[in-house]
Each structure stands twice: as structure tokens, then as C-alpha cells.
Design a protein around this ligand. Structure first.
Ligand code: SAM
Ligand code: DTB
Ligand code: SF4
Length: 371
């Protein structure tokens, strides 16, 4: 079931969201058990492969260059360092790696070539690979898919109406276009939002309505609580009540029975009991590891203990979809061919130069011993 026909308009979804809390959790738990194994929770690790210096003005984001936060702009990570971190995340139980870049959009340049290599390497390790790189074209999506990308994360963040209160450097429509491009390339879509930015309950429902209006809603819907970071325009936002996050998780669960609901940013502020209610209400995934992209997250060991207390088990990779194949990338192959050609030409030139500097002694009759 792509979406729940009992709650396919704004009014019914809003009254669902406002139901007595335990009734809402019970209804969500019932749906969750029908469509998913309630003991399985996916652990996904985040890695910021290109941090800070972003030209966008997203009011919540510590990575926007225009805000004065503690985040410094850094260049893209080395491919081998990313693979090392992926190995580490895998050994800690993560079945998915989500690589994030503080970009407005993907550009067809050397940095993107590196991302393609990272996707190939992580997919070959048997982990689900997700990327969140900003806007991308259909061709760029196809290139990532060809490299073995499993999912693309691109959040709508809130309702169409509230969006422009938080972001002015791009349009809601552009976000929808990128999601469409990922879909057309056959990539699984991960898209969700943030609560606690000053939006109304209607805006939260508006976000879900945007997904209802899609031909295919996202396979994965992350629900983030705002991490209010000093220096951003939303630094003084009052933290949301844990109940609100539980309501949002439960409502999303009921509205999209097949999707995976991700309990995302904001867990450091939640008690284990509140997280337990989220799992009860259908959260099927968390971000694991002590860092989200730039802000803190619970430690692996803390989550391991929570899983053991609550009787949860980490979900295996590719339980919800076949592992994509890593195909050779024509651009990388051509780049390597040119590099090999240059290297050969350089070695040849070096060889010629040293041959020239060696002037053999002219042997004359006088030099010979036997006269
Ligand atoms: N630049 C790309 C983009 O915007 O799509 C990818 C990285 S961006 C950091 C990924 C997502 O992180 C955003 O869409 C937003 O939903 C979430 N995010 C960023 N800052 C956040 C914060 N302070 N609290 C909660 N979620 C946040
Ligand atoms: C998502 O919805 N939440 C994650 C992931 N997708 C990329 C990001 C949360 C970022 C929180 C702020 C930070 O750590 O910079
Ligand atoms: Fe840039 Fe993404 Fe942060 Fe917006 S959310 S400022 S696009 S990194």
C-alpha cells in the first residue's frame, strides 16, 4: 500500500495527528506490525564528505557559509578515508552509509568523480549507499545509480507554504524535480522533514500531503527534530516536546504503511522511553554513530544498549531491495586512461632526457690497449 486511503487528505491527516496520543501510537503500532518486522531497526551511519561553506541560506543549517557557526569549510574527503570510515561503521552494525555534501547542487567536476568512486567502493563492501548532495540532474542520478547508489536523500523539510520562511535561495519545485530525477534513474528515495522550526501542525501535515501527491511516495521518510545551532537564524527556537516527535512518527507511519520512517536528528535530547515509543509507533531506522553530519548523536554503545533493553535487532543490508551492481564508470575509465597515457609520456620523456645526457666516450685507436 503506497499510502493509506483512510488518511489521504489534509483534514483526516490532521485529525489523525491530533488523536489522543496513546490511541495514535496504538493505531501506528498495529499498521507497523502488519507491514514490517517490528523488532528490526535499520542502523544507518552519516558521513559528511564535504563539510561547510554552502552557498544556500537554509535557516536551520550550520553548514551555510553566510552564518557564523563553529563549522569550518573543508574540502572533499579522500576516497580511501571514506572507505575506512565505512568499514568502521559496518563493523559497528550499520547496514547503510549516507554520505552528505554541503552543496547547493551537484556539479560535473572532479569532486563528483570522487563521489562516484566512493559509491562504488562502499557498495562493493556490501553496504547500502545513500547520498545527499543537493540538487542533481537526471544524468547525474543515472551516473550514481550506475556506480551502485541505493538511495538518494533530498528533504522537502516542511510544507510548501512554510518553506519560503526558512529558505529563500531555492524553490520547493526544485526539490521536487531532484526527487523526480532520482526516481527516473531507479534510485530509492529518502525524503522527509524537520519539526520544531516554528511551523504549525498544518505545515507538518502539509509536508506529508506533498508526499501523498507523488505517484510514488519515498521509500524512506526521515523525521528530524531541529538541532538549534548557535549562529543560525533558528538558534533560539524552543526545543519541541518529545510527544510532538512521537506524533509525527506515528502519523507518518500510518499515512505511508510501506515506507521506512527514520527517527533522525534530535535523539540526543530524547529519553530512551520516548525513543521506545517512537519504535513502538513505527520508527524503523535511526542514524547511528556519535555524529550526524556536524552535530552530536548518541554513541554506538549507547544505542547498542538501548537495542538490547528494547529487544531490537539491527536490520541487514538489502533487506528491502536488491543490491545494485557496481558498473564501470565511463568518465572514470577515460580519466584513468588519460592519466596513464600522461604518465607513460612523462616516463618516456624522462628516459629520453637521461639518454641524451649520457654521451658515450668516443673510442679511438689511441685509447685501445692492444694498439
Ligand atoms: N546540501 C544537501 C541538501 O540540502 O540537500 C545535503 C545536506 S543537508 C545538511 C541534509 C538535510 O539535513 C537537510 O535537508 C535538512 O533536512 C537536514 N538538516 C540540516 N541541518 C539540520 C538541523 N540543524 N537540524 C535538523 N536537520 C537538519
Ligand atoms: C536527514 O533527514 N537527516 C540527516 C540526513 N538526512 C542527511 C541530517 C541531519 C543533519 C543534522 C545537522 C547536522 O549534523 O549538521
Ligand atoms: Fe547547504 Fe544543504 Fe545546509 Fe542547505 S541544508 S545550507 S543546501 S548543506
Amino acid at each position: 500500500m503506497k499510502f493509506n486511503p483512510d488518511y489521504s487528505n489534509k483534514e483526516s491527516l490532521l485529525s489523525l495527528y491530533q488523536k489522543p496520543l496513546l490511541e495514535l501510537v496504538f493505531e501506528a503500532a498495529t499498521i507497523h506490525r502488519k507491514y514490517h518486522n517490528p523488532r528490526e531497526v535499520q542502523m544507518s551511519s552519516l558521513l559528511s564528505i564535504k563539510t561547510g561553506g554552502c552557498p544556500e541560506d537554509c535557516g536551520y543549517c550550520p553548514q551555510a557559509a553566510r552564518y557564523h557557526t563553529d563549522v569550518d569549510a573543508e574540502g572533499i574527503m579522500k576516497v580511501e578515508d571514506v572507505l575506512e570510515q565505512a568499514k568502521n561503521a559496518k563493523s559497528n552494525g550499520s547496514s547503510r552509509l549516507c554520505m552528505g555534501a554541503a552543496w547547493r547542487e551537484v556539479k560535473d567536476n572532479r569532486d563528483f568523480d570522487k563521489v562516484v568512486e566512493m559509491v562504488q567502493g562502499v557498495n562493493d563492501m556490501g553496504m547500502e549507499v545513500c547520498c545527499t548532495l543537493g540538487m542533481m540532474s537526471e544524468n547525474q542520478a543515472k551516473r550514481l545509480k550506475n556506480a551502485g547508489l541505493f538511495a538518494y536523500n533530498h528533504n522537502l523539510d516542511s510544507s510548501k507554504e512554510f518553506y519560503s520562511d526558512v529558505i529563500s535561495t531555492r524553490e520547493y519545485e526544485q526539490r521536487l524535480d531532484t526527487i523526480d530525477n532520482a526516481r527516473k534513474a531507479g534510485i530509492s528515495v529518502c525524503s522527509g522533514g524537520i519539526i520544531g522550526m516554528g511551523e504549525t501542525e498544518e505545515d507538518r501535515i502539509g509536508l506529508l500531503m506533498s508526499y501523498m501527491e507523488m505517484e510514488n511516495p519515498p521509500e524512506s521518510i526521515p523525521i528530524n527534530a531541529l538541532v538549534a545551532v548557535e549562529g543560525t537564524p533558528l538558534e533560539d527556537q524552543k526545543p519541541i516536546e518529545q510527544w510532538e516527535l512521537i506524533r509525527m512518527v506515528a502519523t507518518t507511519r500510518i499515512a505511508f504503511p510501506n515506507s521506512i520512517v527514520r527517527l533522525s536528528a534530535g535523539r540526543t535530547k530524547m529519553s530512551m522511553e520516548a525513543q521506545a515509543l517512537c519504535f513502538m509507533a513505527g520508527a524503523g531506522s535511526i542514524f547511528a554513530g556519535d555524529k550526524l553530519l556536524t552535530t552530536p548523536n548518541p554513541e554506538f554503545n549507547e544505542d547498542k544498549e538501548m537495542f538490547s533493553i528494547l529487544g531490537l535487532v539491527a536490520k541487514e543490508s538489502f533487506a528491502d531491495g536488491e543490491q545494485p551492481t557496481t558498473n564501470p564508470d565511463p568518465i572514470l575509465i577515460e580519466k584513468k586512461r588519460i592519466a596513464a597515457e600522461r604518465e607513460a609520456a612523462y616516463l618516456k620523456a624522462k628516459q629520453n632526457k637521461s639518454n641524451k645526457s649520457f654521451t658515450p666516450r668516443t673510442v679511438t685507436k689511441v685509447d685501445t690497449l692492444d694498439g
